[in-house]
Design a binder for this molecule. Structure first.
Ligand SMILES: [Fe+2]
Ligand SMILES: [Fe+2]
Length: 717
């Protein structure tokens, strides 16, 4: 009998005998021209594909001590075998030009699948379930009937469904053994052994057909089309041994092991680290594109969005992180998202985004660029955005007003009033709130007033800059230089105003952050350098992270008054609702500080407002896996800083830190050691380092948060 005839009977016959047909010998002489795509296979009536509503859920492992339930599980497995047989027959009919050896291999595989089907059928009957008694699904068929070439078959069938079956067969073999059902366990053992051979068959053809430049993993991922995804190539356990025996490369096995994309049930959110959002907004007009330096540094930090992502979400990355690092992060208890490499061109990016459906975009910050991306994700604009948009244009969005530094003096003044009267003993003198001035004479007068009252330099800031950048200091007893005056003139011309504040003696920085998906506010002590540029976060709760003197200042309850810390949260809550009133319902935060003036410590009512995600949001994700009782420091170390300490490359520094300060975890929380928040095996410019415990922290002395030097990083964080 000819293969094409056998395959036709198997695929379109509607009796079980047709499905189980297999002559002892076959020929392959009349291959035909290749069949089109049939809508469905022939099936005995009882095994016809059932509508979704009629189907039963797959039983839970804990229900397996019931005979009938075990029979139902086997019925699911039997249907999978049947679907595999039909899809293999379809491949034979669709691809007559495939090599002889491939077609013969398929026939061999069909024979084994038929064997599995028989074994399942017999066993389920003994357990009280007849084949056809349970409504069956058609998922494999729907995924694979459109395969266009033999490689599609190999990728979808052998390397996805059959590979997953390695895990399922092993898992249920163990489960049945534990239940004392050795008969069923033996069937699964047999299936397991055979499936290793089927996957191996697929691997050998993948090697023959893939581009030699591509790795197995690249070739596999590239050809997989949703709803198929690598997540479908894994089961409830991950059997490395079986995959090795099937000749899958170590790299492939590692990549698949840490792959955490969604199986397609829940739509993923797309996370995009556009940390240059403030640079984009500062232009006050569209058309921004990041410069080379920003691109490089930001590119390496893009993966930090994994700490705000949920399992199944996708994080855009400049380069896919190594499975080695991801494996470590998973071992520390972090959920891994799926990573997409961000294409260089806008057109490629669009194509990539359009290739699947998304729940929403989660950018670092909302800007015209992220808005463009959100519109690709949701072209019809049906899903509500977390920001209101003014018809006049992005820069006219009412919430942007609060974001501009020019709003700060007014905001601070309002907050003082809304916070149960002006409490100077906590917030310090009103003049510390600063003022917005519109001409040079006012600026010069204000400078001398501040010098008189505070005895410290006056700080003059661009009203639309970032933390620490775009500012100058006017020292008491010194005249402003020509270039300083020129800078002030330029700001007045550009923005119509400058901000002026006394320089306050900073003792500690504190931030409070929030986001729509978490009701609670989170607070942190963070670190800045002498210029106020961001350097790192402590992951401990604020009460532990502060020095004892500051702790009692923040947390002591005096004369029945609320503790200062509670007032700080109140400020954050007020800012949050002000933003909401103006149409901003996305992630945001405030920074503020404790400062010393005339031997007393005050809490600044508000440092600044960040209308975007912040390092605090990332720190909130990191904190979950770090012991709260140990001092900890999360900071970014630059290649330059590593070189300053004698390391040729960041990767060398990372290796040494990791070797000398291995992580010790207890109950999913690190209590000692060093780990990294971006890939330490690939980083060239910046490395995020979490040091837990005093020893680990001092190992980073002279770099990151503990260095006095400046770095390119500060301009964008
Ligand atoms: Fe099978
Ligand atoms: Fe198989």
């Amino acid at each position: 009998m000819d293969i094409s005839l056998i395959a036709e009977r198997i695929l379109f016959g509607n009796r079980l005998e047709d499905k189980l047909l297999l002559p002892e010998k076959w020929t392959d002489d009349n291959r035909g021209r290749g069949m089109g795509i049939p809508s469905s296979p022939g099936r005995p009536e009882a095994l016809a594909f059932a509508p979704k509503a009629a189907r039963v859920p797959f039983p839970q492992t804990r229900e397996l001590d019931d005979d009938r339930t075990r029979g139902i599980v086997l019925h699911f497995f039997a249907n999978h075998e049947l679907l595999a047989i039909e899809i293999m027959a379809l491949a034979l009919l669709r691809f007559p030009d495939a090599p002889d050896a491939f077609r013969q291999g398929l026939m061999q595989t069909i024979a084994e699948e038929q064997g599995h089907l028989r074994l399942y059928q017999k066993r389920m009957q003994a357990l009280g379930v007849k084949l056809g008694a349970v409504p069956v699904n058609q998922f494999f068929w729907d995924c694979l009937k459109t395969m266009q070439n033999p490689l599609d078959f190999v990728v979808g069938m052998s390397l996805t469904f059959e590979q997953a079956n390695l895990d399922f067969a092993r898992y249920y073999e163990q489960a049945f053994t534990q239940l004392g059902d050795s008969e069923t366990a033996a069937i699964l053992q047999r299936v397991y052994e055979d499936e290793i051979g089927h996957v191996k068959h697929g691997v050998s053809w993948l090697h023959r057909w893939k581009d030699p430049e591509e790795s197995e993993w690249q070739a596999y991922q590239k050809r997989l089309k949703l709803p198929l995804s690598p997540a479908r190539a894994k089961g409830p356990i991950f059997d490395i041994e079986a995959r090795r025996r099937a000749n899958l490369s170590d790299d492939f096995v590692e990549q698949l092991d840490v792959f955490s994309g969604s199986k397609g049930g829940k739509l993923p959110a797309l996370h995009w680290y556009n940390a240059d959002c403030e640079l984009e907004l500062a232009r006050e007009s569209p058309g921004y594109s990041p410069n080379q330096g920003t691109r490089k540094v930001m590119g390496e930090l893009m993966t930090c969005m994994m700490f705000v992502a949920k399992p199944g979400d996708v994080v855009l990355a400049h380069k896919a992180p190594s499975p080695r690092w991801l494996g470590r992060m998973r071992d520390l208890g972090f959920d891994l998202p799926e990573f997409y490499e961000q294409p260089e061109s806008a057109r490629e990016l669009r194509r990539m985004i359009e290739s699947r459906r998304w729940e929403r975009l989660t950018p670092w910050g909302w800007t015209p660029r992220s808005l463009d991306m959100a519109r690709i994700i949701d072209p019809s604009g049906q899903k509500p955005l977390p920001i209101d948009l003014a018809t006049e244009g992005f820069w006219q969005n009412p919430w942007m007003e609060l974001f501009r530094k020019s709003a700060l003096p007014g905001l601070r003044r309002d907050l003082r009033q809304e916070l149960s009267g002006d409490d100077q003993s906590l917030w310090g003198p009103q003049e510390a709130d600063g003022a917005l001035l519109r001409d040079m004479t006012d600026v010069l007068m204000a400078v001398s007033r501040l010098h008189e009252q505070f005895g410290t330099p006056a700080v003059i800031k661009s009203p639309y800059g970032f933390a620490g950048s775009g500012m100058l200091r006017a020292y008491p007893g010194q005249d402003l230089s020509e270039s300083q005056l020129g800078w002030i003139e330029r700001q007045l011309k550009l923005y119509g105003a400058v901000l002026i504040e006394p320089w306050l003696q900073r003792i500690a920085d504190i931030s409070v952050v929030w986001s729509p998906d978490e009701e609670d506010l989170s607070s942190f002590v963070f670190h800045t350098n002498a210029k106020g540029q961001y350097k790192g976060h402590s992951l401990q709760p604020v009460s532990y992270a502060l020095e004892p003197e500051l702790r009692s200042m923040m947390f002591a309850v005096k004369q029945g008054q609320e503790a200062a810390y509670e007032r700080l949260l109140e400020v954050a809550g007020l800012v949050r609702s002000k933003l909401q009133e103006r149409g901003y319902r996305y992630a945001a935060g405030i920074d503020t500080m404790l400062y010393r003036w005339r031997d007393r410590i005050y809490l600044r009512v508000l440092g600044e407002v960040n209308c975007r995600m912040t390092m605090g949001h990332i720190a909130r994700g990191l904190r979950k896996r770090v012991n709260p009782y140990q001092p900890s420091l999360w900071q970014t170390i630059t290649a330059l800083e590593a070189q300053g300490k004698g390391w040729a490359k960041l990767t060398d520094l990372a290796q040494a830190l990791q070797d000398q300060h291995p992580v010790r975890s207890k109950q999913n929380a690190v209590e000692k050691g060093i780990f990294f928040t971006n890939d330490p095996y690939q980083s060239q410019y910046v490395l995020g380092v979490v040091a837990v415990g005093a020893e680990a922290i001092s190992a980073c002395e002279g770099m990151g948060a503990l260095s006095a030097s400046q770095s390119a990083l500060n301009d964008i964080t």
